[in-house]
Design a protein around this ligand. Structure first.
Ligand SMILES: [Zn+2]
Length: 362
């Protein structure tokens, strides 16, 4: 027997509807029916739990993180920043234990990265040949929570530059395999060259997507293909990748050009109506807990403040299969801020209250 959690209450302007309400948090869910004696625990602007839609709990800059305590520290850093739903975009370790911890973020997993031999960070992906890709997509779909992730391009050391990793036929078979298993499929890409085949194969999402041009942006908008630009990762790390790749000058130069155009790709994709979502790429060269920085970066690239917030909150929650908002019966995952984040997104760096599954966690 566990004692029932006492009912809590938060009050203020509830986004995205932007109306003043009292929300009662009972049994992990939101109720708008007053509960006598519910304890008031937050007052201000109330935002549905933030989403980091490209995150890796179980990875760091050296690769796999086997240490469960370090995995926990990563998940706590994301949670305390208000990120209560993570799409884990590929890890080589099993983090299922997190699902048993009501105080840790919800995670939607994509299994393990699928890559060609030498086609990704060593020891992180499952390495395989194109003819085996579709079958392994089925395996990862069963391991994950509705997503599969492949590495679409990577440096080809023989070529000295980024190169697509899979023939179009293998990508079509991979997308079909994911969809037959009821999963969605996404791909890591930096280059221009890999994108055409991925989008036309029916991939549901593109990660990074720094090589997108207006033709493909229009095609993604038409198809509803999502983009998770991971802009802070690009802005913080592409120059360093280029600097450390002196042996491959064409690649280094390419990475610098992609860095220079990355904000404009985001702005043009948003203007064209491509569904955009917030993802930090925490776990590689980006530390956990930076969801607010990515929302700010998308805004600085040209998204309206409310659109950038939606891309990291209610819109992203709906995309990943949760109720978007804080209506009657919805999961009580929310963050309370002292002022209106639509007026100044910097307030997202300073949550007053973080409530996950109806419990105060930060
Ligand atoms: Zn990543």
């Amino acid at each position: 027997m566990t004692t029932p959690e006492p009912a809590l209450r938060v009050r203020g302007v509830v986004l995205p509807e932007a109306e003043h309400h009292d929300l009662y948090l009972v049994g992990g869910r939101v109720s708008r029916t007053p509960v006598p004696d519910a304890r008031l625990v937050g007052e201000g602007w109330i935002v549905p739990g933030l989403v980091d839609a490209h995150c890796h709990v179980g990875l760091d800059s050296r690769g796999a993180v086997e240490d469960v305590e370090e995995q926990e520290r990563q998940a706590l850093a994301d949670r305390d920043a208000g990120a209560l739903l993570l799409r884990d975009c590929g890890v080589p370790v099993d983090t299922r234990w997190i699902d048993q911890r009501p105080d840790l973020p919800r995670i939607v997993r994509a299994g393990q990265h699928l890559a060609r031999p030498k086609g990704y960070l060593r020891g992180v992906g499952v390495e395989l040949e194109p003819e085996d890709l579709a079958a392994q997509v089925g395996v990862e779909a069963a391991r994950g929570d509705g997503w599969v992730k492949i590495v679409g391009d990577w440096i080809d050391r023989g070529r000295g530059d980024l190169a697509p990793q899979w023939p179009a036929e293998a990508l079509r078979a991979a997308a079909a395999s994911a969809h037959a298993a009821g999963a969605r499929i996404t791909a890591h890409t930096f280059s221009e060259e890999a994108l055409d085949d991925l989008v036309h194969a029916g991939f549901d999402c593109v990660e990074h997507g720094t090589g997108l041009d207006d033709t493909l942006i229009a095609e993604m908008a038409r198809r509803g293909t999502a983009l998770v630009p991971t802009l802070i990762n690009v802005l913080d790390n592409f120059a360093g990748i280029a600097d450390s790749a002196a042996r491959f000058p064409a690649y280094a130069d390419h990475m610098r050009r992609l860095l220079a155009t990355a904000p404009s790709v985001v702005r043009r994709a948003a203007e064209a109506g491509v569904p955009l979502y917030v993802g930090t790429d925490a776990g590689g060269n980006v530390s956990h807990g930076r969801v607010a920085d990515e929302i700010l970066a998308l805004h600085e690239a040209g998204l309206a403040a409310e659109d950038a917030l939606a891309a990291g909150s209610w819109k992203a929650r709906a995309w990943l299969g949760l109720p978007a908002g804080l209506d009657e019966g919805d999961a009580a995952d929310l963050v309370v801020y002292a002022s209106d984040p639509r007026k100044d997104l910097r307030v997202l760096r300073d949550p007053q209250r973080v409530v996950l599954r109806g419990r105060i966690v930060a």
